[in-house]
Ligand binder design. Structure first.
Ligand code: HH2
Length: 260
């Protein structure tokens, strides 16, 4: 049990858990460097919040936020958390090597061609609806089967567009158009998504499903985030997208020592 950690570097005023903390490029770069020192193998730089109800930002605004941060993180493995082709393009140019698209090519399908051309990695995440409306009434026949079918189809689309299969990671999108029960079911049955044959990324860190379980506010969810991370790793997650890198790394090291 030794998943990679993807440390979150949000350069936004309104992100779910750390909005406004690292809006200044220098502060964001310093935060990214600190996460890398704590054991993050990948730094996920994002300039647009996807929290429920979040407003879209323009490509120009997003570019202004993320490009200096990606440039400042030279030497680290950087993923760019965006659904916009122009932002993905500029971030790859600035030194990122992975595009983390929470719409799984739903917004800008040309991102696939860009990744193919540049040899970049691509994270395809499941979301039902869009951030403005996704929590209104999420419904599934069977959440795991439905997410799995969606990811299989998106994987095929990306490969058909020329992205090397070896460069694609899949993510069930915890919290994106899902009720508490849907999120729990996905975490419980994560192992079934391994049948897709690609590395699994899981982001559960500080998300609202934790607050729905115990009433905690977003700043009080480290324990719940770590429990989710360890259990996801035990169920086969290959990459964990987390805010609290040092604490998660320690928990995984101990869990690995116990379980072997
Ligand atoms: N979650 C968030 C953003 N990007 N990308 C992937 N692949 N998987 C996730 O689960 C995921 C993601 C939301 O978390 P956060 O960055 O903390 O908040 P915000 O979107 O408000 O910036």
């Amino acid at each position: 049990m030794n998943p990679k950690l993807m440390g979150v570097v949000n350069v936004t005023p309104d992100s779910f858990s750390d909005g406004g903390l690292f809006l200044d490029a220098e502060a964001a770069v310093a935060h990214g460097r600190e996460l890398a020192e704590q054991g993050a193998e990948i730094l996920d730089v994002g300039g647009e919040s996807t929290r429920p109800g979040a407003e879209e930002v323009s490509a120009e605004e997003e570019l202004d936020r993320v490009v200096p941060v990606v440039e400042g993180l030279v030497g680290a493995t950087v993923s760019i958390d965006t659904s916009k082709l122009s932002v993905a393009e500029a971030a790859l140019e600035a030194g990122a090597s992975i595009v983390n698209d929470v719409t799984a090519l739903g917004r800008d399908p040309e991102i696939a061609g860009l990744c193919a051309e540049q040899g970049a990695g691509l994270v395809l995440m499941h979301m039902q609806g869009d951030p403005r409306s996704m929590q209104q009434n999420p419904t599934y026949e069977d959440v795991v089967d439905d997410v799995k079918a969606f990811l299989a189809e998106r994987l095929r689309v990306a490969v058909d567009a020329g992205v090397e299969e070896e460069k694609i990671w899949l993510d069930p999108g915890i919290g994106f158009g899902k009720t508490l029960e849907h999120n729990l079911e996905l975490l419980r049955r994560l192992g079934e998504l391994q049948e897709l044959g690609r590395p699994l990324v899981v982001g559960a860190s500080r998300k609202s499903f934790i607050g729905k379980i115990d009433g905690s506010e977003v700043g009080e969810r480290i324990g719940g985030s770590i429990a989710s991370a360890v259990l996801a790793a035990a169920e086969g997650a290959d990459v964990l997208r987390v805010h609290d890198v040092a604490e998660t790394r320690q928990a995984l090291t101990v869990a690995d020592a116990v379980l072997g």
